[in-house]
Design a protein around this ligand. Structure first.
Ligand SMILES: NC(=O)c1ccc[n+]([C@@H]2O[C@H](COP(=O)([O-])OP(=O)(O)OC[C@H]3O[C@@H](n4cnc5c(N)ncnc54)[C@H](OP(=O)(O)O)[C@@H]3O)[C@@H](O)[C@H]2O)c1
Length: 327
């Protein structure tokens, strides 16, 4: 695969548009086609983003022989169906976060990708940004000693709109799945999968969680605390405390532009990790690398970790009584 990787984008919403802009900044990838539930929306998206072909269904996009990999950018409730559609058509998939509504759904997606020997990755784009690359380097170098506590939060106050995917149970609404995934993936990255999950939270008038705190035990006497909200303005920062110091991620903790490293003597070193343009392109670069190397998953967001994250969110949902239609 020396030619540019040809992307298909399934959906025409907000993040789909950002992703198309991100790919436009790469020289070894191109958005070759877009699919939508509406032929008109697909055509309009194609015109706006300079995409050669538009399809009036996700099935037609998945069947497009001139698409190498599909980016699934529909609401969470449809990630399973849309991803299986693509995998069954022989297409590798980058699927937006969270991978699915539940561990059961995520398990079926991962099993299908593995059966078919096709690439699949949950789009945890933060991990490919310069600050997260630096974070992993610092942790690997033992900069703060063994990490024992991860505290992170992500949330804002959005107007209640029962039709919006953030508030609609049928679209997988709520803070935990949409925003809580970012603090949880950070705890998982730093501390590994949890050994025990507890949660408290508040379900709002539309039936989804508007505020949630998940507290987890992790191996080695470590603890992770993740907070998310869609009706409360949170700082959107993160702190990793080790036995010999701490690392801070400023707002927004999923897209930080620097990292603070605090030592036991109170000194704080700031490490700048800037980037220009659309951050989503960094995860696309990783997908290109994996596809060209014949990998079926990325070591940076392994599928077993996505399954573990889905199980953590299942346990947190059970603790706060959050169920989606049909469950
Ligand atoms: N990485 C990030 O920073 C980030 C940011 C925002 C969102 N996301 C993730 O990306 C996904 C989409 O979020 P978004 O903000 O782009 O949502 P959005 O603006 O509401 O767009 C969702 C798109 O999904 C398609 N879709 C398919 N079935 C649908 C249905 N029944 N109802 C509504 N839309 C449907 C629609 O495209 P067609 O009508 O063309 O089919 C729609 O434009 C979510 O899973 C979210 O978690 C990630």
């Amino acid at each position: 695969m020396d030619d540019p990787i040809r992307w298909g984008i399934a959906a025409t919403g907000r993040i789909a548009a950002q992703f198309a802009t991100g790919i436009a900044g790469l020289d070894d990838g191109v958005v070759a086609a877009v699919g939508s539930r509406s032929a008109e929306r697909a055509a309009a998206f194609a015109a706006e983003h300079g995409v050669a072909r538009s399809h009036g269904s996700y099935a037609d996009l998945a069947a497009d022989p001139d698409v190498d990999v599909v980016y699934v950018a529909s609401p969470h409730a449809f990630h399973e169906a849309d991803t299986l559609l693509c995998l069954d058509a022989g297409k590798p998939v980058l699927c937006e976060k969270p991978l699915a509504l539940s561990a059961a759904q995520a398990g079926r997606m991962v099993a299908r990708a593995r059966e078919r020997g096709l690439f699949l990755m949950e789009a945890i784009w933060s991990r490919f940004l310069p600050a997260y690359v630096e974070l992993r380097r610092l942790l690997g170098a033992g900069a703060v000693g063994p990490p024992r506590l991860v505290e992170a939060d992500f949330g804002f106050r959005a107007p209640v709109d029962p039709a919006h995917r953030l508030f609609a149970p049928g679209l997988g609404g709520g803070a935990l799945l949409d925003l809580g995934i970012y603090p949880l993936q950070l705890a998982s990255l730093v501390l590994g999968p949890p050994t025990r999950v507890t949660a408290v939270g508040h379900l709002g008038e539309t039936g989804v969680d508007e505020l949630v705190t998940v507290a987890c035990d992790h191996p080695g006497g470590a603890v992770g605390v993740a907070k998310a909200a869609i009706r409360v303005a949170l700082p959107c920062t993160a702190r990793i405390s080790g036995e010999d110091g701490w690392i801070g991620l400023p707002a927004f903790m999923h897209t930080p532009l620097h990292v603070d490293v605090g030592g036991p003597d109170g000194a704080v070193e700031r490490i700048d990790c800037p980037y220009d343009g659309v951050g989503l392109r960094f995860e696309a670069v990783e997908v290109h690398r994996c596809l060209r190397a014949g990998l079926t998953e990325s070591p940076v967001v392994p599928l077993d970790e996505s399954l573990s994250l889905a199980a953590t969110m299942d346990a947190a949902r059970a603790a706060i009584g959050l169920r989606y239609p049909g469950e």
